[in-house]
Design a protein around this ligand. Structure first.
Ligand code: HSO
Ligand code: ZN
Length: 439
């Protein structure tokens, strides 16, 4: 196939709506008396929580999670923490602690500084960088309740100096993954609420009688969570609309096919919609990787998910040369890009669009998922063209600082008055003129 056809295959559809299952559609008809799309359902939930607060949270938690709450049941209790600590394997807790330390150390280096600069006649300009007052982290339930993701969201918020970090986790028969609780506490999360789905996002966005309103919501979630984040955006800030995981491996003839296949499958096992792509200039390697991937896949506990993902979004592309390979890689703008080549640093300058880049045979993607220190919350679906990895500044904002002296202002008065009058804004001009005439 031609270059255009390949580029088409490498370009993902951005965030699209999904169909609701017949079961959920039936349930909705019973509850709301009408057929609804996923977005309509989410709008209904968000609106109800906004209007009714805790009462709506309780209603939807009953309806969706089959858990009956009073408002005082939302929060994870001290006894639940203690039970989590008892249930946890100390070796896992120790690995989590080390991971969090690496993430903290890396993100500490990202911390931007406020600055001031002196200009003409004693005037001062600058920029204050201020952490957000309160942020909310969403953590999905089920098999996607990743303690590593708790670290990746909470640690940068803590490094940024956010005033209060709260968290929402769906109540899976009243239980939460113990490592999620332990990671959250270690990272500085003060309150954890057992609330999930769109109702959790709405509660954080608007606040309720018992849940404080936050300024920004981060963290991955299912389609309802993602649609809810889209719905509340503007009332609060959000991190991004995260899609299924992606890996794109640029490999030359020196790449190990066993490593290459293993790295493909590392993302394929996340989600039937995940995508794993290899681009190489070596047709022989392409053959070997395909065979090897099949072999490794058969032995995976999550082979059904990985197989579905490979069937749907698995791709091995043979490029004419490495420059074409890099062009294709940038068109795809993957969440994770691996450079499995003899001289990966020589290709680095050609990387234009990727959430994170992993260089060389000993930097496989899971190193970044868990441990090295950089964040694993990354732009997906080609949004690496314009979005960045989650970072300390995600939890901060900038404020401009302006201080002029009378002589400094006098010097520029005429220009300002002229511009204000050109825009027909006399009061603006007056605010300048009266100060000039003071001298
Ligand atoms: N690769 C996932 C993050 C993750 N992997 C969590 C394992 N646990 C998102 O890019
Ligand atoms: Zn992963």
């Amino acid at each position: 196939v031609g270059e255009y056809a390949i580029e088409k295959m490498l370009t993902k559809a951005s965030f699209d709506e999904v169909e609701l299952s017949p079961k959920i559609r039936e349930a909705n008809k019973k509850t709301f008396g009408r057929d609804m799309t996923a977005a309509e359902l989410v709008r209904q939930i968000v609106g109800d929580v906004r209007r009714e607060g805790d009462a709506a949270v309780i209603r939807y938690t009953h309806l969706i999670d089959r858990v009956d709450y009073k408002p005082e049941d939302f929060l994870v209790t001290e006894a639940e923490y203690e039970a989590a600590e008892k249930a946890a394997d100390p070796a896992v807790v120790e690995s989590l602690r080390k991971a969090a330390e690496n993430v903290r150390r890396y993100h500490q280096e990202q911390k931007p500084n406020s600055w001031m600069t002196y200009r003409e006649k004693g005037s001062i300009l600058g920029q204050s960088i201020i952490p957000l007052d309160r942020v909310g982290i969403y953590v999905p339930g089920g098999t996607a309740a990743y303690p590593s993701s708790v670290i990746m969201n909470a640690v940068p918020a803590s490094v940024a100096g956010v005033g209060e970090i709260i968290m929402m986790v769906p109540p899976k028969n009243g239980k939460i993954n113990p490592y999620v609780l332990i990671a959250a506490r270690a990272a500085g999360v003060k309150k954890i609420y057992k609330i999930g789905g769109a109702q959790a996002i709405a509660a954080m966005a608007f606040g309720t009688e018992t849940i404080p309103r936050v300024d920004k919501i981060t963290g991955p979630g299912n389609i309802f969570v993602t649609l809810a984040k889209k719905e509340v955006y503007g009332h609060v800030d959000i991190d991004m609309l995260a899609g299924p995981s992606e890996i794109l491996i640029v490999a030359d003839k020196t790449a190990d096919p066993v490593y290459t296949a293993a790295d493909m499958l590392s993302q394929a096992e996340h989600d039937p919609l995940a995508s794993s792509i290899v681009i190489t200039d070596d047709a022989e390697l392409a053959e070997k990787v395909a065979k090897e991937a099949e072999k490794q896949l058969a032995a995976l506990p999550r082979r059904e998910i990985a197989q579905a993902s490979i069937d749907r979004n698995g791709l091995i592309v043979v490029a004419d040369d490495m420059m074409q390979a890099m062009r294709f890689a940038n068109v795809s703008a993957p969440e994770h890009m691996e450079l499995l080549t003899a001289q990966p640093f020589q290709l680095l300058p050609y990387v234009r669009h990727a959430g994170a880049v992993f260089l060389g045979a000993y930097s496989p993607e899971p190193l970044g998922d868990y441990f090295a220190g950089p964040n694993h919350v990354l732009p997906t679906g080609g949004t690496a063209r314009y979005y960045s990895v989650l970072n300390v500044e995600t939890f901060m904002k900038r404020t401009s600082i302006i201080s002029y002296t009378q002589p400094a202002l006098s010097d520029v008065s005429e220009d300002i008055i002229r511009l204000a009058e050109t825009e027909g804004l006399q009061a603006h001009a007056n605010a300048i003129r009266i100060r000039r005439e003071q001298k």
